[in-house]
Write a protein that binds this ligand. Sequence first.
Ligand code: PLP
Length: 404
Amino acid sequence: MTQVSAHPKHFLSDKVEHFTESVIREMTRQAMQYDAVNLAQGFPDFSAPAEIKRAAQEAIAADVNQYAITWGAKSLRSAIARQMLEWQGIEVDPEKEIVVCCGSTEAMIATLLAVCNKGDEVVVFEPFYENYGPDSVLSGAKPRFVSLRPPQTAGGEWTFDEQELREAFQHQTAQHHTKAIIVNTPNNPTGKVFSRKELELIRDLCVEYNVLAITDEIYEHILYDGSEHISLARLDGMRERTITINGLSKSYSVTGWRVGWAVAPPAITNAIRKVHDFLTVGAPAPLQEAGAVALSLPASYYRELADRYRTRRDHLIPALEKAGFRCYRPRGAYYVMTDISAFGFANDVEFAAHLVKDIGIACVPGSSFYKHPKDGSQQVRFAFCKKPETLDEAGQRLEKLRSR
Ligand code: PLP
């Protein structure tokens, strides 16, 4: 028998070779190892609303325990359509334009797999939510990054350069073609909420270059300082070229339920449904029923949710600033990006290691949100979706950093 060397690389896909392990989830593991306050991963450490937990228990007791219809339980799809009409004035046909997935994470990858071909490019603003790069690669596309620049003044906004964005759309060759832009508003990690003017520019470019928009709106209800969430699909000319992605995780504090969805015109929905069916068959049936109850909560629920997060933001930022961080004040979502230059560390990874081991707080190194690690080497991100006492404990531990 011929002996062939079983080099591990021989068995692996080239696609995976460039992926690093999720830095965010690795920081959560380190937080557990060092018994640190976990301000790294964006999951709440407080209870989900009682009425939706009850709805989930009732659905299980009522034996909603088998596969739901592949593209989502009717009750949840109807609730999604109702909410999009109520909040954004967008009319959606729940029979033809919605796919319920295992979290917005699956909705994003299923969408990219459904629309991308080899050689396609996907425009992504950076810093970016870390899944978008690998998602594009898995779908055969190449991400093309456009910078979001940090505010220059206290209280300023993250901005992008119009010309740089235009050039990303214009980058069309025989081999490369811009297929889509991913827009995440409110944004993780920056807390930026894209303005109408910015979204109109994106709209104009999508229409001019015949490009799709995939919008991740998972933080749509977490807004501060009077900022308004505008769905791209609501702008003239965008309804037929936008896939809107959302989910239960952030609005209802149930990140472990894994229920999310994509809303798109019928032909695209049809393609996403096929991919979704082969990827996961369906999202958890009883939790979809509870999701329908969640989406029927009154407007006051969302006001209180945003208010509670605003209080937490306004609690954490002064403690960080006192310790020496420069904070970029978020207008939405539940993260604060910070500049760590004042601490004199060579890079964000060394700083994050010191913070978790010696101070007892886990954060996410900024480089994990950039293509080139050096671009984020003086930034780290903190999540403030935590109980007030968790943030108090973090505040006390930050005192140690200050006196260092
Ligand atoms: N999109 C963004 C921008 C996120 O920040 C996160 C989680 O942190 C997700 C998607 C994941 O959402 P889901 O739990 O619905 O998969």
